[in-house]
Design a protein around this ligand. Structure first.
Ligand code: NDP
Length: 321
């Protein structure tokens, strides 16, 4: 079968699409025919070595597809559509998924939509429901609001009765953020001052920041007293160490650096969050924008586009082209 692999870390050019032996499901695992694999920023951190992974490794974590074989003790029916956020090597024609990670896809949700929601959708859900639980009337900043996490997070904050001040880098992306429910779209250069103006000097309840290095410091100035900085990624680079005394000086702020793994620690928690997100999609309450579809052979181009800031919404790799 064909699979995207990384033998040495580096730029998008190190991604190779090669013939490999089909993997076999072990106990508690299933073999899945991949209909759609999700492309995520974390794939670029793995490829570049920002997050170290032993080489060689199969690229991709997320996807959706049909179960073709089940290992001993894996209680999932053959032919059933499942989706997952964490199966290394998902950018391939077939992949082995731990049954504990595989979520049955409900009726009314297709494979592309499910693949688009497992990593970015569950992240958006835990960020606004658990990390800083948005209350009705809360004003929050969502950075990169036209991105994969951003478009979903904006919609989910609005579903909870919150108000979103978004940042994006282009007028087209601003339009998408507004379409997702953002009340105002701010420029990156002065978003903290604008957020204060728009909240009568008070500041916002939370900043959801997946951009990192370029936005973090200014974000602390956008927060109200006892506000929460949710740093969940570093699309522009990793944040410098923080002098904790700043949190005192700026009004008893909270800072957290959450990860999806810590918010889906049990099968029960995974199914609860996935059930909420896939349920909203099935009911038409959450709109999923697929901003790019790529053939398996073009996965390096998907990385270039994502890192080059040229994308909106979700990027999918379709192994069958
Ligand atoms: P996006 O689709 O949001 O793409 C990244 C966006 O970040 C770009 O489109 C761009 O939007 C913005 N950006 C700002 N500065 C830069 C820069 N210098 N280079 C590239 N992009 C920049 O990606 P994802 O939705 O996949 O991920 C968003 C963030 O969420 C990432 O940091 C990722 O690591 C993180 N993440 C964290 C998780 C967690 O649990 N902690 C789980 C999933 C994702 P614009 O042009 O509008 O500025």
């Amino acid at each position: 079968m064909r699979a995207a692999q990384v033998r040495r870390t580096g730029g998008p050019e190190v991604v190779e699409v090669v013939d490999v032996e089909e993997p076999r499901p072990g106990p508690g695992q299933v073999l899945v025919e991949v209909d759609a694999a999700g492309v995520n920023f974390i794939d670029t951190y793995h490829r570049s070595g920002t997050y170290p992974v032993a080489t060689p490794f199969g690229l991709g974590l997320e996807g959706a597809g049909r179960v073709v074989a089940a290992g001993e003790g894996a209680d999932l029916p053959e032919g059933g559509l499942v989706a997952w956020k964490q199966a290394p090597g998902s950018c391939a024609e077939r992949v082995v998924v731990d049954a504990a990670e595989a979520v049955p896809v409900p009726d009314g949700v297709d494979a592309e939509t499910a693949a688009a929601l497992m990593l970015q959708g569950l992240t958006a859900q835990y960020l606004c429901a658990s990390t800083y639980p948005v209350a009705p009337g809360d004003v929050v900043v969502v950075h990169a609001a036209a991105g994969g996490v951003g478009l979903l997070l904006t919609q989910m904050v609005v579903l909870r009765g919150g108000r979103v001040l978004a940042t994006t880098s282009t007028p087209e992306k601003a339009e998408l953020a507004r379409g997702a429910g953002a009340e105002e779209v701010l420029g990156y250069e002065d978003f903290a001052a604008r957020a204060r103006e728009l909240t009568d000097g008070e500041g916002v309840a939370a900043v959801y920041d997946g951009v990192g290095r370029a936005t973090f410091a200014q974000g602390l100035d956008a927060l109200r007293p006892r506000g929460t900085m949710v740093l969940f990624g570093g699309a522009s680079g990793q944040v410098e160490p923080l002098d904790l005394q700043q949190l005192n000086a700026k009004g008893s702020l909270y800072v957290t650096r959450p990860s999806l793994a810590a918010y889906t620690r049990t099968r029960e928690e995974l199914l609860e969050r996935a059930g909420a997100v896939l349920g909203w999609a099935a009911q038409g309450r959450l709109s999923v924008r697929v901003g790019g579809r790529y053939a398996l052979e073009d996965v390096a181009r998907a990385h270039e586009d994502l890192e080059g800031r040229r994308t909106t919404g979700k990027l999918l790799v379709l192994p069958e082209g």
